[in-house]
Design a protein around this ligand. Structure first.
Ligand code: ASP
Length: 492
């Protein structure tokens, strides 16, 4: 027990990650065994479909073999109730009207509620923390000039790192050409099933309307923005609130500032408590995710996955390390050792918003004052998604390659522009990056159904890109702090 207490938290989280992955692989979900809820003589019954060779969708020419079980599962998810004919070896065909379908739970997926609980605990902190720290941050920058300077620099850094990220993504995707590594026969099979797997609402037109986007940043009702978790609107309101505080009588503003400062400290303290649960939460999240993962698809998409991972690694290794080295006050070693907890939580929750409280803690340990982190980090969690932008760059080129399209320079520049905008508009929660990808694909006339080609591995890449998203925010916070403190020294 004493030994366990002396193990540092980040080591415990790392061990939990590894053990969770092992547990999830041992108790993995069988992708070809289903529990179906079906209608039988107008009564509802439930039974396990385990022994089957082929399932045919009645009155259509669509059928699935056992190796295509995941595709069948997705199909039923979107088209229920559905009449199917089940073929079993040497047995009579069975006709069922399936109402709903689920996979069989295992010892790994049973743990999912623990993981969900952990994500919820972190997420409920995020919004009060963003509001309180932004208000205190903006108010304590005591004059509008300083706020403008820090705000401007932060924005420029975020813009630059995101543009570089897309650049890396596009360059690698052109160089490695992951879509061209796939044999033509598999390509055509992928394309024919892409149409079946697409959500109807995703295939509808999504367009970027810049004006509407800007107008939308201003909330009509800040409380509604808070309750619906609209981060951009929350950021706008809190910064305005913080700035305006500096314009009223000191006697009154100091009470409000110390109130929000207390709220912010309480939230950070709560993170400390919740982090005691991190190893259990991480274990459960990873175990359930790994158990549920369809490994079959990895082999076809291996080049694509590797290209994204290589890009994310380069973004962390080259870009963030350089940002810290050139502008920060701390060593790269210190940055890397302090950011580990945020990276592990980002990886297991796939959410920059849920990770934000932990990122705050890590950046505080790097010596960045709250005045800076309180402003830079919430803004970053909202508008800075380098990992997502990089992934979108690779995904766009990959999908184009599968469709046999070649993207010229103008089209690739359009991708850069749309991905920067998409990154600002991407909500910091799991799986949004792939939805925003639809917009990018449409901007260069690639069929948006193409996202079905990569959906199967999206969760894995979401986990990876979230690591980069949170590391990018932290690196910029370190840089802004470095620049600010150098400015102070110069004044002295
Ligand atoms: N999960 C990512 C994040 O929260 C967003 C995304 O790419 O889907 O940072």
């Amino acid at each position: 027990m004493k030994l366990l207490k002396s193990v540092p938290l980040h080591v415990k989280i790392l061990i939990a990650l590894v053990l969770g992955a092992i547990w999830g692989s041992v108790f993995s979900v069988q992708s070809d065994v289903f529990i179906a809820n079906y209608e039988n003589n107008s009564n509802q019954s439930e039974s396990i479909i385990a022994d089957w060779d082929k399932i045919e969708i009645q009155n259509s020419d669509v059928s699935y073999s056992r190796s295509e079980a995941n595709k069948f599962f997705n199909y039923v998810g979107k088209n229920k109730p559905i009449n199917v004919v089940i073929y079993q070896q040497n047995k009579a065909e069975i006709l069922l009207t399936i109402e709903s379908i689920k996979k069989k739970e295992t010892f790994a997926t049973y743990l999912r509620p623990i993981g969900t609980l952990f994500i919820k605990l972190l997420s409920f902190l995020a919004i009060p923390l963003v509001i309180a720290s932004l208000i205190v941050g903006a108010a304590s920058l005591d004059n509008i000039k300083k706020l403008g300077r820090i705000g401007g620099r932060t924005f420029l850094f975020y813009l630059a790192t995101t543009t570089i990220a897309i650049g890396i993504g596009l360059s690698l995707a052109n160089l490695i050409a992951p879509g061209k590594q796939i044999p033509d026969s598999i390509k055509s099979e992928m394309l024919s099933s892409a149409d079946n797997n697409i959500d109807a609402d995703i295939s509808s037109k999504m367009e970027i309307d810049l004006l509407e986007f800007v107008v939308d940043i201003v909330p009509k009702n800040p409380f509604k923005a808070m309750s619906s978790g609209n981060m951009l609107q929350i950021v706008f309101f809190s910064v305005m609130f913080g700035i305006t505080l500096t314009f009223i009588e000191k006697e009154k503003s100091s009470v409000v500032i110390s109130f929000f400062s207390g709220v912010s400290d309480t939230m950070i303290k709560m993170v400390d408590f919740i982090m005691y649960l991190a190893p259990y939460g991480v274990f459960a999240l990873i175990a359930a995710t790994i158990a549920d993962f369809g490994y079959e698809i990895i082999s076809t998409l291996v080049w694509y996955i590797l290209t994204v991972i290589l890009g994310l690694f380069l973004q962390n290794f080259l870009v963030y390390n350089s940002v810290v080295k050139l502008f920060g006050r701390i060593s790269i070693k210190k940055f890397l050792s302090e950011i580990r907890n945020a990276q592990a939580i980002g990886f297991s929750t796939s959410s920059s918003a849920a990770t934000l409280p932990v990122t705050f803690e890590c950046v505080e340990k790097m010596g960045v004052p709250k005045q800076v982190s309180g402003f830079v980090l919430p803004l970053g969690a909202t508008i800075n998604m380098d990992g997502t932008a990089l992934y979108q760059g690779v995904a766009t080129v990959f999908i184009a390659q599968i469709y046999g399209m070649d993207l010229g320079l103008t089209e690739q520049l359009t991708v850069v522009l749309t991905a920067v905008l998409a990154s600002i508009g991407t909500a910091p929660v799991p799986g949004v990056g792939i939805i925003m990808l639809v917009m990018i694909l449409q901007s260069v006339n690639i069929p948006p159904e193409g996202i079905a080609l990569i959906m199967g591995v999206d969760r894995l890449l979401d986990m990876m890109r979230t690591i980069t998203n949170v590391s990018g925010d932290a690196a910029v916070a370190v840089a802004i702090d470095g620049i600010e403190s150098k400015g102070k020294q110069a004044l002295i």
